[in-house]
Design a protein around this ligand. Structure first.
Ligand SMILES: Cc1ncc(C[n+]2csc(CCOP(=O)(O)OP(=O)(O)OP(=O)(O)O)c2C)c(N)n1
Ligand SMILES: [Mg+2]
Length: 240
């Protein structure tokens, strides 16, 4: 897919038995990694208030996670549950990686014409006055099971979260992918009855409360219950 792929994700809180359950289901450890993410927005938060997440990921480069473009003439059958209205059972995002696609989408959201000098993302970041608003490290253990991926993350600000993820190439494939993602999460003993906040939600709630409130008001984030404080054993239950 020239414009990136569509990511269907459902988060959950991993337990001490999660990795054993994954292996029992036939999943294989695909790798362990550590990386730092830096996220950018305009001073008046226009990108994140439009649910667009521009980041520079150490070792991967620039990436833009944004709601999938509705295909011409239809919603592409994105099921309600996967819709971005919080609380979302799962989230569906396009992940753009090509500089041209990222810059084009940024300019579209901000309503400006791309300048010739913005053929690479850093030029657009400077030209659009985008500033870093979040920076945190993640230790990740990833498992693969069929076409699904399970990431067990431990953020360096003391929060652990896991997610089941499927990548599809077209909107029409989202409903089937969503069912597979939710089925695996259930098989891991996590029914999704309680909404599990992502790392960014917790980071903003703790470190950028005004930004967090703005995203609640914009309906981009749901009012997630603040997870246990640092050092709580939930945080410790991250990737072993
Ligand atoms: C449950 C939920 N999560 C994220 C969002 C929006 N959002 C906030 S930050 C954000 C960007 C980061 O996405 P996330 O999957 O939380 O982080 P990570 O797992 O490190 O990225 P990956 O490796 O999967 O690309 C999004 C989409 C939302 N509205 N609801
Ligand atoms: Mg994710």
């Amino acid at each position: 897919m020239p414009w990136g792929s569509i990511e269907v994700e459902a988060k959950f809180t991993a337990g001490p038995d999660t990795e054993a359950r994954l292996v029992a289901l036939g999943a294989a450890l695909a790798g362990s990694s550590s990386f730092r993410d830096l996220y950018y927005d305009t001073p008046d938060l226009r990108l994140t208030r439009a649910d667009h997440w521009l980041r520079l990921r150490q070792g991967a480069g620039w990436e833009l996670k944004c709601p999938p473009e509705p295909p011409a003439g239809g919603t592409g059958g994105v099921p309600e549950a996967a819709a971005q209205e919080p609380p979302a059972v799962a989230t569906t995002y396009q992940e753009l990686t090509s500089p041209r696609a990222i810059v084009g989408r940024l300019c579209g959201v901000l309503g400006v014409a791309p300048a010739p000098a913005w053929d690479q993302v850093p030029g657009a970041v400077a030209g659009l006055d985008l500033q870093e608003f979040a920076s945190f490290g993640t230790r990740r253990r990833s498992y693969r099971l069929g076409g699904l991926r399970v990431d067990l993350d431990q953020a360096d600000f003391g929060y652990a979260v896991a997610e089941v993820e499927a990548l599809v190439g077209a909107q029409e494939e989202v409903p089937a992918a969503l069912e597979e993602v939710l089925q695996l999460r259930r098989a891991l003993g996590r029914d999704g009855a309680t909404r599990v906040p992502g790392k960014m939600s917790v980071y903003l709630q703790r470190h950028r409360p005004r930004h967090y409130e703005a995203l609640l008001r914009a309906g981009v984030l749901a009012g997630d219950p603040e997870p246990p404080p640092h050092g709580d054993d939930t945080a410790k239950r991250g990737p072993s």
